[in-house]
Ligand binder design. Sequence first.
Ligand SMILES: [Zn+2]
Length: 183
Amino acid sequence: MSVVQMHPAVRHATTTDERKTPIIALLQRVTAIDLPSRQREHGEAAAFQAVLAANAVLTGSFLDTLGAAVPPMSWTGYPPVDDAVYAACAVAYLGSADGTRGWWLHATQRHDQLGEAQHVLALIAPCTCGTYLHVEIPDEDALIVMLDELDTAPGAPVACDYRLRIRSASYADPAHDDFEPPF
Ligand SMILES: [Zn+2]
């Protein structure tokens, strides 16, 4: 194994003023950066990545169902909120029976115990009691079974005692008391 010798860079002839130490150059640089707009740009980039990831999940894991039913351009990306407690996400509107309270698809990521990012896909559905349910969909087979058991008209609220609610083990709906429209 050969060792590459690192030669010091050839010094340019500079005046004393131009020769800044890295820490001075760094601090001058930082004061010139507009942090809020930089954070906004990071948030927008994360939202866009969430849209791309959502599309990839649908075509990769739900090709015969959601991948065929949800057009790729249906997604809206949202930046992380609450200091990234909630990661960036993408949502797609699935429709409504009454034109007011509808169903949504919600795609985001969370990290498992090993720190690996995992895609989390969920249905958000209105409940007859006025809340919104948030039900994770682990895979396409689970989605097919769930929709097959559902005796609700497409886009209509689900009955409050329906199994969809019982299945809702999501962190987002532990209390079944979220009356806010999701998006
Ligand atoms: Zn309910």
